[in-house]
Design a protein around this ligand. Structure first.
Ligand code: 5AD
Ligand code: SF4
Length: 441
């Protein structure tokens, strides 16, 4: 029995693809191992969203080649695989197999080819969309939390972003299939499902079947109500595209307790001039009106975002606008990135005129600002009781458990291991920079 070690970089879509590959390989007689040294096959599921993420692949292949006791087969999956294709065999010595983002259903065939014919096989073919992903014996990153892709790919072509090239065009999965999957996960004891996609709220299935009878101004808000009706305990969704963020999504959250009070709405910049150059299709004014709607909810919705600093042409005044926007929105957390030119994107043709030092200065300044605003903002949770899904034992001490609140904050708390897999009330006693601490009630 061949042992496979899978390592995943990047976003939740990659995590989800790795879960599907692990499930599929296990069903076909491979053993999925957590021990790299005993693996016959190592699959690296890669990310190319920023240059740094891509460099990790080069470093990892080198490390494996130098340290591996037995010489494993090395396969590269994910975005770098899709973009580079067969050139990877030349670029990185030691790669045996390349599997594109749309070939995740055929990994076992690709491995068989290399075992028979030797290294150098690449599969960049199209996805089989009717592929029956086995939910019953799935290998998931958590027994209690499951990622459910609802839309794959991206049609937005923001000028800085490689994703439309590495993941192809948007395709929404049928609502009936999504609801069936969620019902099966619930039956298996999953407490929290994440509906995932590059832009979940651009959800537009070819067939509406499964959504008739559900209220909603957009297919996505109908889908939210349909999934809420499964009665699974918690539903989160990620990522939302600001232009397509209809106020009806907030209405759905207000109506259904199991639609969680967390929305990730990447703004990228606080300057309309930069947003236009990024081709984000929203303005600061339209974005702020969505934030206002979210803040008016009775649910205390936690809002998080992504921001890029140092985009080509970003001036000090543009950067100041971003700081003002961050002050206005009151994010519970923000992922801040230095602009990284990606070959093949429209922004790659623009002059990368903000120096690395300046990008770093803006990055640190914005991080400091967000950290202090966040510290203040999170005080609202102090002494409050939050519902937390007890997901695992804390890595630091035996007596502590760790999980997420409905608002998707990491909460570490004193509790007993019989709580694992349950949603428990935790009284928050301490606010830390990236997590909350409390005691199970
Ligand atoms: N440079 C820096 N950050 C980027 N992101 C996407 N592309 C780039 C790039 N070329 C960021 C965006 C996106 C997040 C997933 O990664 O903020 O929302
Ligand atoms: Fe990239 Fe924009 Fe698509 Fe998000 S919406 S994946 S940032 S192109």
């Amino acid at each position: 029995m061949k042992k496979v070690f899978l390592e995943t970089f990047g976003c939740q879509m990659n995590v989800s693809d790795s879960e599907r590959v692990a499930t599929d390989l296990a069903a076909k007689g491979f053993e999925i191992t957590a021990d790299q040294d005993s693996a016959d096959i190592i699959l690296l599921n890669t990310c190319s969203v920023r240059e740094k993420a891509e460099h990790k692949l080069y470093t990892r292949v080198g490390q494996i080649r130098h340290t591996a006791v037995k010489k494993p087969m090395i396969g590269v999956m994910g975005c770098v695989a899709q973009l580079e294709g067969e050139t990877l065999f030349k670029k990185i010595s030691g790669v045996d197999l390349v599997i594109g983002t749309r070939a995740v259903g055929r990994v076992s065939d690709a491995i068989a080819r290399v075992l028979e014919d030797g290294p150098g096989h690449a599969d960049l073919g199209e996805r089989e969309f009717d592929y029956d992903w086995n939910v019953a014996d799935a290998h998931r990153h958590s027994p209690y939390v499951a990622f459910v892709p609802i839309i794959e790919g991206c049609n937005k072509f923001c000028t800085y972003c490689i994703v439309p090239f590495s993941r192809g065009r948007e395709r929404s999965l049928p609502a009936t299939e999504i609801v069936r999957t969620v019902l099966e996960l619930r039956r298996q004891g999953v407490k929290e499902v994440h509906l995932i996609g590059q832009n979940v709220n651009s959800y537009r299935p070819e067939t509406r079947s499964g959504l008739e009878g559900f209220a909603g101004a957009t297919p996505f808000s109908k889908l939210l109500r349909a999934v809420a009706a499964t009665d699974v305990e918690r539903i989160k969704f990620n990522t939302s595209f600001p232009r397509d963020f209809h106020p009806d999504i907030v209405d759905a959250i207000n109506e259904h307790e199991n639609l969680c009070n967390w929305v990730h709405l990447p703004v990228q910049s606080g300057s309309n001039r930069v947003l236009k150059a990024m081709r984000r299709l929203h303005t600061i004014e339209s974005y702020m009106s969505k934030i206002d709607k979210l803040k008016a909810s009775k649910r205390d919705i936690s809002i998080t975002t992504d921001i890029i600093v140092g985009f080509p042409g970003e001036t000090e005044a543009d950067f100041e606008d971003t700081k003002h926007l961050v002050e206005y929105c009151g994010y519970d957390s923000a992922y801040i990135f230095r602009y990284s030119p990606r070959p093949g994107t429209p922004a790659f043709e623009m002059v990368d005129d903000v120096s690395l030092e300046e990008k770093t200065r803006r990055f640190r300044e914005l991080e400091d600002l967000q950290r202090s605003l966040q510290a203040n903002n999170l005080q609202r949770y102090h002494n409050r009781s939050l519902e937390v899904l007890a997901e695992k034992r804390s890595v630091k001490t035996e007596e502590h458990l760790s999980g997420h609140s409905t608002c998707h904050k990491v909460v570490n708390f004193a509790g007993s291991s019989d709580m694992l897999g349950r949603i428990v009330n935790v009284k928050i006693t301490e606010i830390k920079s990236n997590s909350l601490f409390g005691v199970a009630a």
